[in-house]
Design a protein. Sequence first.
Length: 147
Amino acid sequence: MSEAPDPAEEPQVFYSSRPRLIHLAVNIAIAPVLLYLLGAWPWPPVLPHYIVFAITTLMALRFARRRWSTPRLVLDASGLSCGKFYAADDIYRAEPSMRAVTLTLLADGKVKNEVISLGWASREDCHAIQHLLAQRFQREVPDDSSP
């Protein structure tokens, strides 16, 4: 009979919210329109304007494609990776806050708080991440009174 794997050992991977990525990419792509609205570029558009539109559209597509398939947060047995790596042994507590998680961790021999923003995640993923981290990291914080 095989044993069920421990959920703490399975890597949990979260990606950027697709609607947020699309929204950001569209904002990047239409940014040159602001130059018309501000009156910096005359109407009708000419060849240099079309070149700028093409470049910003390509930049927007590269931005979205790169973030579409790259995980933003990975939680596994070794720790948490979200922008930087936090070892599981160093994390004492994870407390949910508004679209963020506050980690209490041991860094450089001192207890510190680190806020991880979850503004990139969908609402469901944000709640799932907060719940998962709060369940997994609930150790007692050591005294910081030692010299």
